[in-house]
Design a binder for this molecule. Structure first.
Ligand SMILES: NC(=O)c1ccc[n+]([C@@H]2O[C@H](COP(=O)([O-])OP(=O)(O)OC[C@H]3O[C@@H](n4cnc5c(N)ncnc54)[C@H](OP(=O)(O)O)[C@@H]3O)[C@@H](O)[C@H]2O)c1
Length: 314
């Protein structure tokens, strides 16, 4: 223990968390499987822990003393996680359940007993997308065949963390994208890369999304850490769009040879058994978060900023 770091981060190597560690300008210690220093991140201390191992997680939390814990860690591959869905009524099990639902509960309980601030990163997938966009106070969806198992495990992570420690801060994000991260392809880079390869499929024109510019997440979490603010925050584009509209805007900024976006229709649930259900009429409303003074980037401004940072600009 260094006693110097300000924040204990879980999921520091993640697409979203690594931006916070790199640009948040806070001294971070890290619990996780992969050493973030191998990805070029500068951290005060790293402790290797598999979040599937509750005893190891609890011991690592007990050894730490940072006044704030931020949890970005999750099993995020929605289609892979779907394979862990138990039959309706059976007890949940599997890594996604442990990492996404049980670990936040355990972290929250430890944060409460040690008097620390706990920030849990969550997702618009806690809503089934039948009546979005959703506000910060809308109730999470019930478990149903129309809600992905990923969405349910994250929803249970939120609920259990709040039950264990009502002061837990929830930060929900949606379809996050950023520049300068090659280990995982986000929605924006996927569209641009597929378009450049000439293999871009039709993009859904009838799906509502509110993509999150990842630098906004870093700024929001830093603000929460510094102010000790509590509540539920939606860090996402304040304007709703569709994958087709977002893709069209992104490709407007791309120089060189590439295919234009063409509109497609969101698949009817169940037509592709390898694909987990996703919210169709989704998206996050951000009025309360903006009202609390958080700056959020609209999808158009984010597309332009991404293109500039990636050097795609015409
Ligand atoms: N990507 C999206 O589209 C999206 C959308 C909405 C919300 N979110 C939320 O945003 C957060 C970050 O997502 P992301 O896409 O940036 O994540 P990501 O790139 O998929 O990274 C996942 C992170 O979780 C950690 N992790 C997973 N299993 C672990 C285990 N068993 N033990 C320890 N650490 C483990 C990984 O650490 P190791 O490398 O050390 O295993 C990694 O840092 C998550 O909470 C996610 O639910 C993501």
């Amino acid at each position: 223990m260094t006693g110097m770091s300000e924040v204990l981060v879980l999921g520091a190597t993640s697409m979203v968390g690594s931006h916070f560690v790199k640009y948040g300008n806070l001294r971070c210690s890290v619990i996780g499987q992969d050493d973030p220093r191998r990805a070029g991140l500068s951290v005060e201390r790293f402790e290797r822990v598999d979040l599937d191992d509750r005893v190891a997680l609890l011991q690592a939390l007990d050894r730490s003393a940072e006044p704030v814990i931020v949890n970005f860690a999750a099993k995020t591959n929605v289609d892979l996680v779907e394979r862990e869905r138990p039959p309706m009524g059976a007890s949940p099990s599997g890594t996604a359940w442990t990492v996404n639902a049980l670990a936040p509960e355990l972290i929250a309980a430890q944060a409460r007993s040690s008097g620390r601030l706990f920030v849990q990163i969550s997702t618009d997938f806690v809503f089934d997308g039948r009546g979005g966009p959703y506000s910060e106070t809308d109730p999470r969806s019930e478990l149903s065949p129309g809600l992905s198992w990923y969405g349910w495990t994250k929803s249970e992570g939120e609920r259990r963390a709040r039950d264990a420690y009502p002061a837990t801060v929830l930060v929900r994000i949606a379809y996050p994208y950023r520049s300068g991260f090659s280990s995982k392809t986000d929605v924006a880079r996927w569209i641009v890369e597929r378009s450049m390869e000439g293999s871009l499929p039709p993009l859904y024109a009838d799906q509502q999304i509110s993509p999150t510019w990842i630098p906004d997440v870093t700024a929001a979490v830093v603000r929460i850490v510094r102010s000790g603010r509590r509540g539920t925050f939606h860090v996402a584009s304040p304007l709703i769009t569709s994958p087709f509209e977002f893709g069209t805007e992104l490709l407007r900024w791309v120089s060189g040879h590439h295919a234009e976006a063409v509109p497609g229709l969101f698949p009817v649930d169940g037509t592709d058994p390898t694909r987990a259900p996703r919210p169709r009429c989704g998206g996050l409303r951000t009025h309360a978060t903006e009202g609390a003074g958080f700056h959020l980037t609209s999808w158009k401004d984010g597309a332009r900023a991404l293109a500039r940072e990636e050097g795609w600009v015409r």
